[in-house]
Design a protein around this ligand. Sequence first.
Ligand SMILES: Cc1cc2nc3c(=O)[nH]c(=O)nc-3n(C[C@H](O)[C@H](O)[C@H](O)COP(=O)(O)OP(=O)(O)OC[C@H]3O[C@@H](n4cnc5c(N)ncnc54)[C@H](O)[C@@H]3O)c2cc1C
Length: 417
Amino acid sequence: MRFDVVVIGGGLAGMVCAIGLAEQGKRCAVVSSGQSALYFSSGSLDLLAQLPDGTPVDAPLAALPELVRQAPRHPYSLIGAERVAPLSDQAAQLLQRCGLNLQGSNERNHLRITPLGTRRATWLSPQAIGELPWESVAVIGIEGFLDFQPQLAADSLMQALGVRTEVNWLHLPALDRLRNNPSEFRAVNIARVLDLPENRMPMADELRRLAGDAEAIFLPACLGLEEDAPLLALQAAVGKPVRLLPTLPPSVLGMRLHQALRRRLQQLGGVFMPGDSVLRADIDAGRVTGLYTRNHGDIPLQAQQVVLASGSFFSNGLAADFDGVREPVFGLDVDSQADRADWSRSDLFAPQPYLQFGVRTDGRLRALRHGEALTNLYAIGAVTGGYDPLRQGCGAGVSLIGALHVAQQIAAEEERP
Ligand SMILES: Cc1cc2nc3c(=O)[nH]c(=O)nc-3n(C[C@H](O)[C@H](O)[C@H](O)COP(=O)(O)OP(=O)(O)OC[C@H]3O[C@@H](n4cnc5c(N)ncnc54)[C@H](O)[C@@H]3O)c2cc1C
Protein backbone atom coordinates (compact mmCIF):
# COMPACT_ATOMS: atom_id res chain seq x y z
CA MET A 1 0.00 0.00 0.00
CA ARG A 2 1.48 3.32 -1.10
CA PHE A 3 0.83 6.78 0.30
CA ASP A 4 2.54 10.14 0.02
CA VAL A 5 2.80 10.25 3.81
CA VAL A 6 2.15 7.74 6.58
CA VAL A 7 1.61 9.20 10.04
CA ILE A 8 2.15 6.89 13.02
CA GLY A 9 -0.23 7.93 15.81
CA GLY A 10 -3.69 9.49 15.71
CA GLY A 11 -3.41 11.94 18.61
CA LEU A 12 -3.48 15.71 18.31
CA ALA A 13 -0.05 15.91 16.63
CA GLY A 14 -0.58 13.11 14.10
CA MET A 15 -4.11 14.11 13.10
CA VAL A 16 -3.27 17.78 12.64
CA CYS A 17 -0.16 16.96 10.59
CA ALA A 18 -2.18 14.62 8.37
CA ILE A 19 -4.96 17.20 7.94
CA GLY A 20 -2.38 19.90 7.11
CA LEU A 21 -0.93 17.61 4.44
CA ALA A 22 -4.27 16.43 3.10
CA GLU A 23 -5.33 20.07 2.73
CA GLN A 24 -2.33 20.45 0.42
CA GLY A 25 -3.41 17.48 -1.66
CA LYS A 26 -1.19 14.80 -0.13
CA ARG A 27 -2.48 11.24 0.13
CA CYS A 28 -2.10 10.46 3.82
CA ALA A 29 -2.73 7.50 6.07
CA VAL A 30 -2.81 7.65 9.85
CA VAL A 31 -2.13 4.39 11.70
CA SER A 32 -3.21 4.60 15.32
CA SER A 33 -3.10 1.80 17.85
CA GLY A 34 -5.29 3.20 20.62
CA GLN A 35 -6.89 6.16 22.31
CA SER A 36 -4.74 9.27 22.44
CA ALA A 37 -4.08 11.73 25.27
CA LEU A 38 -7.04 13.76 23.94
CA TYR A 39 -9.40 11.22 25.52
CA PHE A 40 -7.92 12.14 28.90
CA SER A 41 -7.36 15.86 28.39
CA SER A 42 -9.26 18.89 29.65
CA GLY A 43 -10.32 19.88 26.12
CA SER A 44 -8.31 23.12 26.47
CA LEU A 45 -5.11 23.51 24.46
CA ASP A 46 -2.01 24.95 26.14
CA LEU A 47 0.63 27.01 24.32
CA LEU A 48 3.00 28.13 27.09
CA ALA A 49 2.00 28.75 30.69
CA GLN A 50 5.30 28.65 32.57
CA LEU A 51 9.00 29.03 31.81
CA PRO A 52 11.41 26.26 32.82
CA ASP A 53 12.63 28.38 35.78
CA GLY A 54 9.06 28.50 37.13
CA THR A 55 8.13 32.04 36.01
CA PRO A 56 4.40 32.10 35.10
CA VAL A 57 3.66 33.20 31.52
CA ASP A 58 0.72 35.49 30.69
CA ALA A 59 1.82 36.35 27.16
CA PRO A 60 3.15 33.21 25.43
CA LEU A 61 4.54 34.85 22.27
CA ALA A 62 6.34 37.58 24.22
CA ALA A 63 7.93 34.92 26.47
CA LEU A 64 9.49 32.93 23.61
CA PRO A 65 12.92 34.63 23.53
CA GLU A 66 13.38 33.86 27.23
CA LEU A 67 12.17 30.27 26.69
CA VAL A 68 14.77 29.82 23.94
CA ARG A 69 17.45 31.16 26.29
CA GLN A 70 16.45 28.83 29.13
CA ALA A 71 15.65 25.72 27.05
CA PRO A 72 17.56 25.50 23.76
CA ARG A 73 16.33 21.90 23.22
CA HIS A 74 12.64 22.84 23.62
CA PRO A 75 10.74 22.09 20.36
CA TYR A 76 9.82 25.80 20.06
CA SER A 77 13.54 26.66 20.23
CA LEU A 78 14.41 24.06 17.59
CA ILE A 79 11.63 25.22 15.26
CA GLY A 80 12.61 28.87 15.84
CA ALA A 81 10.78 31.30 18.12
CA GLU A 82 9.85 33.49 15.13
CA ARG A 83 7.95 30.56 13.53
CA VAL A 84 5.77 29.91 16.61
CA ALA A 85 3.47 32.94 16.11
CA PRO A 86 2.50 32.21 12.47
CA LEU A 87 2.27 28.45 13.08
CA SER A 88 0.05 28.91 16.13
CA ASP A 89 -2.22 31.23 14.11
CA GLN A 90 -2.40 28.63 11.35
CA ALA A 91 -3.15 25.89 13.89
CA ALA A 92 -6.07 27.88 15.31
CA GLN A 93 -7.41 28.40 11.77
CA LEU A 94 -7.05 24.69 10.96
CA LEU A 95 -9.02 23.77 14.09
CA GLN A 96 -11.72 26.19 13.01
CA ARG A 97 -11.90 24.47 9.59
CA CYS A 98 -12.48 21.25 11.52
CA GLY A 99 -15.65 22.84 12.90
CA LEU A 100 -14.17 23.48 16.35
CA ASN A 101 -15.28 26.71 17.95
CA LEU A 102 -12.35 27.39 20.29
CA GLN A 103 -11.72 30.67 22.05
CA GLY A 104 -8.49 32.31 23.14
CA SER A 105 -5.43 34.12 21.84
CA ASN A 106 -1.75 33.31 21.46
CA GLU A 107 -0.96 36.86 22.64
CA ARG A 108 -2.41 36.32 26.11
CA ASN A 109 -3.39 33.21 28.04
CA HIS A 110 -6.83 32.99 29.60
CA LEU A 111 -7.69 31.16 32.81
CA ARG A 112 -9.86 28.08 32.61
CA ILE A 113 -11.57 26.58 35.63
CA THR A 114 -10.32 23.09 36.54
CA PRO A 115 -12.52 20.31 38.00
CA LEU A 116 -11.10 21.27 41.41
CA GLY A 117 -12.35 24.84 41.03
CA THR A 118 -8.85 26.28 40.62
CA ARG A 119 -7.75 28.27 37.54
CA ARG A 120 -5.11 27.28 35.01
CA ALA A 121 -3.59 29.39 32.22
CA THR A 122 -4.29 28.09 28.73
CA TRP A 123 -4.45 29.15 25.07
CA LEU A 124 -7.62 27.80 23.41
CA SER A 125 -10.73 26.50 25.17
CA PRO A 126 -14.09 25.22 23.98
CA GLN A 127 -16.89 27.76 24.31
CA ALA A 128 -18.35 25.54 27.03
CA ILE A 129 -15.44 26.16 29.41
CA GLY A 130 -14.79 29.91 29.50
CA GLU A 131 -13.84 32.27 32.30
CA LEU A 132 -15.74 33.35 35.39
CA PRO A 133 -17.29 36.83 35.21
CA TRP A 134 -20.03 36.08 37.78
CA GLU A 135 -20.33 36.70 41.52
CA SER A 136 -22.57 33.73 42.24
CA VAL A 137 -22.69 30.35 40.55
CA ALA A 138 -24.53 27.08 41.13
CA VAL A 139 -22.25 24.06 40.84
CA ILE A 140 -24.53 21.15 40.04
CA GLY A 141 -23.35 17.53 40.04
CA ILE A 142 -25.21 14.57 38.61
CA GLU A 143 -26.62 12.22 41.20
CA GLY A 144 -24.61 8.97 41.27
CA PHE A 145 -21.84 10.30 39.00
CA LEU A 146 -18.57 9.90 40.91
CA ASP A 147 -16.13 11.41 38.40
CA PHE A 148 -17.02 14.96 39.41
CA GLN A 149 -17.40 16.33 42.94
CA PRO A 150 -19.35 19.63 42.91
CA GLN A 151 -18.60 20.38 46.56
CA LEU A 152 -14.86 20.30 45.91
CA ALA A 153 -15.13 22.60 42.89
CA ALA A 154 -17.49 24.97 44.72
CA ASP A 155 -15.24 25.22 47.83
CA SER A 156 -12.20 26.13 45.72
CA LEU A 157 -14.13 28.68 43.69
CA MET A 158 -15.34 30.27 46.89
CA GLN A 159 -11.93 30.29 48.62
CA ALA A 160 -9.76 31.27 45.66
CA LEU A 161 -12.05 33.72 43.90
CA GLY A 162 -14.56 34.82 46.47
CA VAL A 163 -17.42 33.59 44.26
CA ARG A 164 -20.68 32.76 46.06
CA THR A 165 -21.44 29.14 45.26
CA GLU A 166 -24.35 26.85 45.76
CA VAL A 167 -24.06 23.09 45.41
CA ASN A 168 -26.80 20.83 44.21
CA TRP A 169 -27.41 17.49 42.54
CA LEU A 170 -29.32 16.89 39.36
CA HIS A 171 -31.65 13.90 39.34
CA LEU A 172 -33.10 13.02 35.95
CA PRO A 173 -35.27 9.91 35.48
CA ALA A 174 -33.81 9.59 31.95
CA LEU A 175 -30.50 8.63 33.56
CA ASP A 176 -31.92 6.01 35.94
CA ARG A 177 -31.20 2.99 33.73
CA LEU A 178 -27.59 4.03 33.24
CA ARG A 179 -27.18 4.88 36.93
CA ASN A 180 -28.14 1.34 37.91
CA ASN A 181 -24.87 0.13 36.40
CA PRO A 182 -22.16 2.22 38.14
CA SER A 183 -19.36 1.13 35.78
CA GLU A 184 -21.40 2.47 32.84
CA PHE A 185 -22.28 5.74 34.57
CA ARG A 186 -19.44 7.69 32.94
CA ALA A 187 -19.25 11.09 31.26
CA VAL A 188 -19.47 9.80 27.69
CA ASN A 189 -22.50 7.56 28.29
CA ILE A 190 -24.26 10.30 30.23
CA ALA A 191 -23.63 12.73 27.36
CA ARG A 192 -25.27 10.28 24.93
CA VAL A 193 -28.46 10.52 27.02
CA LEU A 194 -28.33 14.25 27.82
CA ASP A 195 -27.67 15.19 24.18
CA LEU A 196 -31.05 13.74 23.15
CA PRO A 197 -33.46 16.62 22.37
CA GLU A 198 -36.31 14.96 24.30
CA ASN A 199 -34.30 15.24 27.55
CA ARG A 200 -33.56 18.96 27.16
CA MET A 201 -36.72 20.51 28.66
CA PRO A 202 -36.92 18.22 31.74
CA MET A 203 -33.24 18.95 32.38
CA ALA A 204 -33.67 22.70 31.87
CA ASP A 205 -36.66 22.81 34.26
CA GLU A 206 -34.74 20.94 36.94
CA LEU A 207 -31.59 23.08 36.52
CA ARG A 208 -33.57 26.30 36.75
CA ARG A 209 -35.12 25.08 40.01
CA LEU A 210 -31.79 23.91 41.48
CA ALA A 211 -29.85 27.04 40.48
CA GLY A 212 -32.18 29.42 42.37
CA ASP A 213 -30.92 32.98 41.97
CA ALA A 214 -27.31 32.05 41.00
CA GLU A 215 -26.15 34.01 37.96
CA ALA A 216 -24.73 31.00 36.13
CA ILE A 217 -24.63 27.20 36.29
CA PHE A 218 -21.57 24.92 36.27
CA LEU A 219 -22.12 21.31 35.24
CA PRO A 220 -19.70 18.42 34.77
CA ALA A 221 -18.73 18.07 31.09
CA CYS A 222 -21.28 15.37 30.27
CA LEU A 223 -22.97 17.19 27.41
CA GLY A 224 -22.21 17.86 23.75
CA LEU A 225 -20.38 14.74 22.64
CA GLU A 226 -20.23 15.91 19.02
CA GLU A 227 -20.72 19.68 19.15
CA ASP A 228 -21.69 22.76 21.20
CA ALA A 229 -25.31 22.71 19.98
CA PRO A 230 -26.82 20.72 22.93
CA LEU A 231 -25.19 23.09 25.44
CA LEU A 232 -26.36 26.20 23.58
CA ALA A 233 -29.90 24.81 23.36
CA LEU A 234 -29.88 23.96 27.07
CA GLN A 235 -28.62 27.41 27.94
CA ALA A 236 -31.41 29.01 25.93
CA ALA A 237 -33.97 26.78 27.64
CA VAL A 238 -32.64 27.51 31.16
CA GLY A 239 -32.26 31.25 30.51
CA LYS A 240 -28.86 31.47 32.26
CA PRO A 241 -25.26 30.89 31.20
CA VAL A 242 -24.31 27.21 31.57
CA ARG A 243 -20.61 26.24 31.63
CA LEU A 244 -18.95 22.84 31.77
CA LEU A 245 -16.14 21.71 34.07
CA PRO A 246 -13.84 18.89 32.90
CA THR A 247 -14.43 15.55 34.64
CA LEU A 248 -12.16 12.61 35.30
CA PRO A 249 -11.47 10.70 32.04
CA PRO A 250 -12.85 9.76 29.61
CA SER A 251 -13.16 13.41 28.61
CA VAL A 252 -16.18 14.42 26.53
CA LEU A 253 -14.49 17.69 25.52
CA GLY A 254 -11.30 15.88 24.46
CA MET A 255 -13.21 13.22 22.54
CA ARG A 256 -15.11 15.93 20.71
CA LEU A 257 -11.77 17.32 19.52
CA HIS A 258 -10.70 13.90 18.30
CA GLN A 259 -13.98 13.28 16.45
CA ALA A 260 -13.77 16.65 14.70
CA LEU A 261 -10.20 15.99 13.56
CA ARG A 262 -11.08 12.52 12.34
CA ARG A 263 -14.09 13.80 10.39
CA ARG A 264 -12.01 16.50 8.71
CA LEU A 265 -9.24 14.07 7.76
CA GLN A 266 -11.71 11.64 6.23
CA GLN A 267 -13.58 14.42 4.37
CA LEU A 268 -10.26 15.35 2.79
CA GLY A 269 -9.75 11.76 1.63
CA GLY A 270 -7.23 10.79 4.33
CA VAL A 271 -7.19 7.18 5.50
CA PHE A 272 -7.56 6.53 9.24
CA MET A 273 -6.52 3.06 10.46
CA PRO A 274 -7.65 2.76 14.08
CA GLY A 275 -6.66 -0.26 16.14
CA ASP A 276 -3.54 -0.98 14.09
CA SER A 277 0.07 -0.57 15.28
CA VAL A 278 3.28 -0.01 13.41
CA LEU A 279 5.59 -2.69 14.76
CA ARG A 280 8.82 -2.25 12.80
CA ALA A 281 10.32 -0.59 9.75
CA ASP A 282 12.77 -1.18 6.93
CA ILE A 283 15.48 1.46 6.83
CA ASP A 284 17.83 1.70 3.88
CA ALA A 285 20.55 4.30 3.31
CA GLY A 286 19.11 6.65 5.93
CA ARG A 287 15.52 6.41 4.59
CA VAL A 288 12.46 4.58 5.87
CA THR A 289 11.38 2.33 3.01
CA GLY A 290 8.59 0.25 4.56
CA LEU A 291 6.40 0.05 7.66
CA TYR A 292 5.00 -3.22 9.01
CA THR A 293 1.82 -3.15 11.05
CA ARG A 294 0.03 -5.68 13.21
CA ASN A 295 -2.99 -5.89 10.87
CA HIS A 296 -1.13 -5.84 7.55
CA GLY A 297 1.44 -8.49 8.48
CA ASP A 298 4.11 -8.90 5.78
CA ILE A 299 2.59 -6.32 3.43
CA PRO A 300 4.48 -3.09 4.11
CA LEU A 301 2.97 0.38 4.03
CA GLN A 302 5.15 2.52 1.79
CA ALA A 303 5.41 6.28 1.76
CA GLN A 304 7.73 8.99 0.56
CA GLN A 305 7.62 10.57 4.01
CA VAL A 306 6.84 9.18 7.45
CA VAL A 307 5.80 11.16 10.52
CA LEU A 308 6.19 9.63 13.98
CA ALA A 309 3.54 11.04 16.34
CA SER A 310 3.26 8.09 18.70
CA GLY A 311 3.08 10.02 21.97
CA SER A 312 5.05 9.57 25.15
CA PHE A 313 5.14 6.71 27.70
CA PHE A 314 1.40 7.17 28.23
CA SER A 315 0.70 6.07 24.62
CA ASN A 316 3.63 3.63 24.25
CA GLY A 317 5.50 5.93 21.89
CA LEU A 318 8.36 5.63 24.40
CA ALA A 319 9.12 2.52 26.44
CA ALA A 320 11.19 2.22 29.62
CA ASP A 321 13.01 -0.88 30.85
CA PHE A 322 15.97 -1.61 33.09
CA ASP A 323 18.50 -0.66 30.43
CA GLY A 324 16.98 2.70 29.62
CA VAL A 325 14.34 4.48 27.59
CA ARG A 326 13.78 3.49 23.97
CA GLU A 327 11.65 4.40 20.99
CA PRO A 328 10.25 0.99 20.03
CA VAL A 329 9.53 1.22 16.27
CA PHE A 330 12.73 2.66 14.76
CA GLY A 331 15.19 2.55 17.67
CA LEU A 332 15.67 6.33 17.48
CA ASP A 333 18.01 8.34 19.69
CA VAL A 334 16.25 9.30 22.91
CA ASP A 335 17.19 12.08 25.32
CA SER A 336 16.98 10.64 28.83
CA GLN A 337 19.08 10.18 32.00
CA ALA A 338 21.46 7.24 32.26
CA ASP A 339 20.78 6.54 35.94
CA ARG A 340 17.26 5.31 36.66
CA ALA A 341 17.32 7.05 40.03
CA ASP A 342 17.39 10.39 38.17
CA TRP A 343 14.23 9.69 36.15
CA SER A 344 11.77 10.79 38.78
CA ARG A 345 11.56 12.73 42.04
CA SER A 346 9.81 11.37 45.10
CA ASP A 347 8.01 14.69 45.63
CA LEU A 348 4.88 14.21 43.51
CA PHE A 349 4.55 17.95 42.95
CA ALA A 350 8.15 18.53 41.84
CA PRO A 351 8.95 18.66 38.09
CA GLN A 352 9.50 15.06 36.95
CA PRO A 353 12.61 14.63 34.76
CA TYR A 354 11.10 11.73 32.75
CA LEU A 355 8.48 14.08 31.34
CA GLN A 356 11.28 15.79 29.35
CA PHE A 357 12.53 12.53 27.83
CA GLY A 358 11.90 11.95 24.14
CA VAL A 359 13.18 11.36 20.66
CA ARG A 360 15.98 13.65 19.47
CA THR A 361 15.42 15.67 16.32
CA ASP A 362 17.17 18.31 14.27
CA GLY A 363 15.67 21.78 13.69
CA ARG A 364 13.50 20.41 10.85
CA LEU A 365 12.15 17.87 13.36
CA ARG A 366 13.71 14.98 11.42
CA ALA A 367 14.32 12.11 13.84
CA LEU A 368 17.91 11.19 14.73
CA ARG A 369 19.20 7.62 14.75
CA HIS A 370 22.81 6.94 15.73
CA GLY A 371 23.32 10.71 15.65
CA GLU A 372 22.19 11.11 12.00
CA ALA A 373 18.83 12.44 10.78
CA LEU A 374 16.78 9.91 8.80
CA THR A 375 15.97 11.86 5.65
CA ASN A 376 12.25 11.03 5.43
CA LEU A 377 11.26 10.47 9.07
CA TYR A 378 9.97 13.35 11.21
CA ALA A 379 9.03 13.21 14.91
CA ILE A 380 6.40 15.50 16.44
CA GLY A 381 4.34 15.94 19.60
CA ALA A 382 4.74 14.09 22.86
CA VAL A 383 7.20 11.50 21.50
CA THR A 384 9.81 14.28 21.24
CA GLY A 385 11.83 15.50 24.19
CA GLY A 386 13.20 18.72 25.63
CA TYR A 387 10.07 20.05 27.34
CA ASP A 388 7.72 19.31 30.22
CA PRO A 389 4.13 19.53 28.94
CA LEU A 390 2.60 19.53 32.42
CA ARG A 391 4.88 21.98 34.19
CA GLN A 392 5.38 24.35 31.26
CA GLY A 393 1.75 24.06 30.05
CA CYS A 394 2.75 23.66 26.41
CA GLY A 395 1.65 20.09 25.47
CA ALA A 396 -0.94 20.88 22.82
CA GLY A 397 1.06 23.80 21.44
CA VAL A 398 4.13 21.65 20.86
CA SER A 399 1.93 19.06 19.10
CA LEU A 400 0.12 21.57 16.88
CA ILE A 401 3.09 23.75 15.98
CA GLY A 402 5.37 20.77 15.30
CA ALA A 403 2.65 19.15 13.19
CA LEU A 404 2.26 22.17 10.92
CA HIS A 405 6.00 22.88 10.80
CA VAL A 406 6.52 19.36 9.45
CA ALA A 407 3.50 19.40 7.11
CA GLN A 408 4.80 22.60 5.50
CA GLN A 409 8.31 21.20 5.08
CA ILE A 410 7.04 18.01 3.49
CA ALA A 411 4.85 19.98 1.09
CA ALA A 412 7.74 22.33 0.23
CA GLU A 413 10.15 19.42 -0.21
CA GLU A 414 7.94 17.75 -2.76
CA GLU A 415 7.47 20.95 -4.72
CA ARG A 416 11.24 21.22 -5.21
CA PRO A 417 12.37 19.80 -8.59
C1 LIG B 1 -3.46 12.36 30.57
C2 LIG B 1 -2.99 13.55 29.81
C3 LIG B 1 -3.75 14.71 29.78
C4 LIG B 1 -3.32 15.82 29.06
N1 LIG B 1 -4.10 16.94 29.05
C5 LIG B 1 -3.71 18.01 28.33
C6 LIG B 1 -4.53 19.18 28.26
O1 LIG B 1 -5.60 19.24 28.85
N2 LIG B 1 -4.09 20.24 27.51
C7 LIG B 1 -2.90 20.20 26.85
O2 LIG B 1 -2.54 21.19 26.19
N3 LIG B 1 -2.11 19.11 26.90
C8 LIG B 1 -2.47 18.03 27.61
N4 LIG B 1 -1.68 16.92 27.67
C9 LIG B 1 -0.40 16.93 26.96
C10 LIG B 1 -0.50 16.09 25.67
O3 LIG B 1 0.64 15.29 25.71
C11 LIG B 1 -0.51 16.90 24.39
O4 LIG B 1 -1.41 17.94 24.51
C12 LIG B 1 -0.92 16.17 23.11
O5 LIG B 1 -2.29 15.80 23.18
C13 LIG B 1 -0.06 14.97 22.78
O6 LIG B 1 -0.45 14.53 21.49
P1 LIG B 1 0.36 13.47 20.63
O7 LIG B 1 -0.40 13.29 19.38
O8 LIG B 1 1.79 13.85 20.54
O9 LIG B 1 0.38 12.11 21.49
P2 LIG B 1 -0.82 11.18 21.99
O10 LIG B 1 -2.03 11.96 22.25
O11 LIG B 1 -0.23 10.41 23.12
O12 LIG B 1 -1.13 10.21 20.77
C14 LIG B 1 -0.26 9.22 20.33
C15 LIG B 1 -1.05 8.18 19.56
O13 LIG B 1 -0.13 7.29 18.92
C16 LIG B 1 -0.61 5.95 19.03
N5 LIG B 1 0.55 5.03 18.88
C17 LIG B 1 1.59 4.85 19.75
N6 LIG B 1 2.45 3.94 19.23
C18 LIG B 1 1.93 3.56 18.02
C19 LIG B 1 2.36 2.65 17.01
N7 LIG B 1 3.51 1.94 17.13
N8 LIG B 1 1.59 2.47 15.91
C20 LIG B 1 0.43 3.18 15.77
N9 LIG B 1 -0.01 4.06 16.71
C21 LIG B 1 0.73 4.26 17.80
C22 LIG B 1 -1.27 5.93 20.41
O14 LIG B 1 -2.18 4.87 20.51
C23 LIG B 1 -1.95 7.31 20.43
O15 LIG B 1 -3.22 7.25 19.84
C24 LIG B 1 -2.08 15.79 28.38
C25 LIG B 1 -1.31 14.61 28.42
C26 LIG B 1 -1.75 13.52 29.11
C27 LIG B 1 -0.89 12.28 29.13
